[in-house]
Design a protein around this ligand. Structure first.
Ligand code: GUN
Ligand code: ZN
Length: 632
């Protein structure tokens, strides 16, 4: 079972059940060598909090410990009470040329030694393999996975995705492995890409696999053990890494950092205070110290990434990490420039995030949240009619519209933004260095010209203001009451689409926060319609708001349809599990506020989506919608 708990971009924090064990992802499986334990599995658990280890069945079979492991099992011999992932020997084929084990033998052997996650003997496809070879290796790999699926029933099965440098083959591989039905998707044959710093091909490969596989399975990047790459690959949706590198590097006196690798003997001071480094000079570092340091950096980066996912700041982290090497930065720029990849990512990127959007450079402008804003404003927003339009610079973004005026902000990131949306994520939660803003003004100027030409029929007059505060005529606006109804109407449009504003009818009463002057609640007479969440300005419908949204939003907009079995539970306020979802509006994004309905489109609840509509169809486990209100 694999269940999403939190998310950012294509990254996700999941609970992954492997047999009787539970692992949190993203995570790293440290490679344990039966004959050479620089760090023991017990130490991995006690010192680093490791939850899963990976070891190689082929190496075990040829090791001095083989007899003991065959008799007592790996868990006992390794002194490890957690899931053990075994690789098959494929990688040894790559590094040593050949292996003396058959596909059937390796499966039987992995079962015998007590593996929890079993890997078939896939055929490692090299970047230099031509299309014929890659195709042949893929066909053989697929038939081996198929055979393994027959015999692996009580353990998890890995589906290695090969295909070499050919993206059509990678896509086919992901689809076919998906059809076979495996428990883990492992992207294979990528070690040579990482060794050669071909990060562009690495990203292409990962994205191609992600876009062609079921969404409810963990993804492992086979052989990726360098913390420099973890955040970027997590952003693309990789859930598991593995590291033999911590030890291999240590043997070579190479010292990992999140910005790349250093030769310990080339540095004058250790740039780290982990327990392995603390108080030592580079020359004091023994092999084990370096391995321990490498593990500290590795686990620390995994934790940093998980926190960034919860905070919604993974892009900020990635934008720092990719600066480690121009090849990595280049690969990232190419990812951002790829419309297909970014379009895919947009479907997974949450509508709202815990923390502000920090601008770290022009790359930030290519985040999916930015493209989404432009598209939404164009498709969903219409200005109010018959008011004078006042266009202000972003540093005057607190200009508020009144009954007779409409302020539009020239925002340097998002273009022409109606000022009444400025409390909403991401508009009000974006931080750009002020000197940078000046350089970006040309972008917003273009957006403003477009806005004016699209909507000139709505406004009797436009005023383009350079300095709001200095304009005497306009100082009066500060004294006039802010038009909060306009704000409510525009938020509804932006959040649910055109027409949603029609729920604002009748005896509308607004509750304004005394402290902040912001709109907090909307009532119709004495009954509450909904609340505006202080953090991100989103409208959270109350019962009346939800009923009215049902009336004004044409089916299937913003609905999640659940099967009859689930209806009584949702009515009681229980969350919607994905296996009960029978349909969901394609425009829904993670963390959207949605209407939960039965198969006859009767409203039964409201809630916050944890999954996007495609995921709701693929996932069989876990929560799809966290129910806020259940209606009986
Ligand atoms: N370890 C690193 N790359 C690979 C791969 O492609 N297949 C398997 N089975 N193990 C690997
Ligand atoms: Zn250290």
């Amino acid at each position: 079972m694999f269940e999403i708990k939190s998310r950012d971009a294509c990254a996700r924090i999941c609970d992954w059940k492997i047999g009787k064990y539970k692992v949190k992802t993203p995570n790293i499986a440290i490679v344990v060598n039966p004959d050479k334990q620089i760090v023991t599995p017990r130490e991995l658990k006690d010192i680093f909090g490791a939850e899963i280890i990976i070891t190689n069945a082929y190496i075990i079979r040829n090791s001095k410990k083989a007899k003991e492991i065959e008799k007592d099992g790996m868990h006992k011999v390794y002194d490890w009470d957690g899931p053990i992932y075994t690789d098959s020997g494929t990688f040894q084929m790559y590094s040593h040329g050949s292996v003396k084990i058959s596909p059937e033998e390796t499966i039987a052997y992995q079962k015998k030694i007590g593996s929890d996650i079993i890997t078939p003997l896939d055929l490692f496809t090299l970047p230099k393999d031509n299309s014929e070879i890659a195709e042949k290796k893929l066909a053989d790999t697929l038939s081996r996975i198929d055979d393994a699926r027959e015999s692996v029933t009580s353990q998890d099965l890995v589906g290695p995705v090969q295909g070499g440098r050919f993206m059509e083959l990678r896509a086919q591989a992901a689809q076919k492995v998906g059809k076979i039905g495996v428990d883990v998707f492992a992207i294979g044959g990528i070690v040579p890409l990482m060794e050669k710093y071909n990060f562009t091909k690495l990203i292409e490969t990962v994205m191609t696999v992600k876009m062609n596989m079921p969404l409810n399975k963990p993804v492992h990047a086979f052989g990726c053990g360098h913390p420099m790459l973890f955040s970027l690959l997590t952003l693309l949706g990789v859930d598991l890494f593995d590291s033999a590198a911590y030890a291999l590097y240590a043997e070579d006196r190479r010292y990992m950092t999140v910005n790349g690798t250093l030769k310990v003997d080339d540095i004058s001071e250790l740039p780290c205070n982990c327990p392995a480094c603390s108080g030592k000079k580079p020359t004091d570092m023994k092999m084990r110290d370096i391995a321990m340091h490498n593990l500290y950096v590795t686990f620390q980066e995994i934790k940093t990434i998980r926190q960034a996912i919860v905070d919604g700041t993974l892009f900020e982290l990635v934008e720092m990490r990719v600066r480690a090497h121009p090849a990595l930065f280049d690969a990232y720029l190419r990812l951002l420039a790829n419309e297909e990849y970014m379009g895919f990512m947009e479907k997974f990127d949450p509508m709202t995030k815990e923390r502000a959007f920090f601008y770290t450079g022009s790359v930030s402008l290519d985040r999916p949240a930015v493209a989404r804003v432009a598209k939404r404003l164009e498709e969903r927003y219409v200005p109010p009619k018959g008011r004078n339009g006042y266009i202000v610079r972003s540093f005057e973004r607190f200009a508020k519209s009144t009954k007779s005026s409409h302020f539009i902000v020239m925002d340097n990131i998002y273009g022409a933004v109606p000022s009444e949306l400025l409390n909403m994520y991401p508009f009000g939660q974006t931080i750009v260095p002020s000197s940078v803003s000046q350089n970006l003004l040309c972008n917003s100027e273009k957006a403003i010209n477009e806005y004016i030409s699209s909507y000139k029929s709505y406004y009797p007059k436009f005023h383009i203001l350079s300095k709001y505060k200095d304009t005497k005529e306009l100082a009066d606006f500060d004294k006039k009451p802010v038009d909060h109804i306009l704000e409510a109407r525009s938020i509804l449009m932006y959040q649910y689409g055109k027409g949603a504003e029609k729920i604002l009818t009748g005896d509308i009463k607004l509750e304004i926060s005394r402290k902040t002057g912001r709109l907090r609640r909307i009532y119709i007479g004495a009954e509450i319609l909904g609340t505006l969440r202080a953090e991100d300005g989103f409208f959270i419908p109350a019962g009346l708001g939800a009923e009215r949204l049902m009336e004004v939003l044409p089916k299937p907009a913003y609905r999640v349809v659940v099967s009859d079995d689930a209806v009584p539970f949702v009515r009681e306020g229980k969350s919607v599990f994905s296996k009960f979802v029978i349909n969901a509006d394609v425009d829904i994004r993670p963390y959207d506020e949605v209407l939960i309905v039965d198969s006859l489109d009767n409203l039964i609840g409201t809630g916050k989506c944890m999954l996007n509509p495609d995921e709701m169809m693929d996932f069989k486990e876990g929560v799809a919608v966290k129910t806020r209100l259940g209606f009986s």
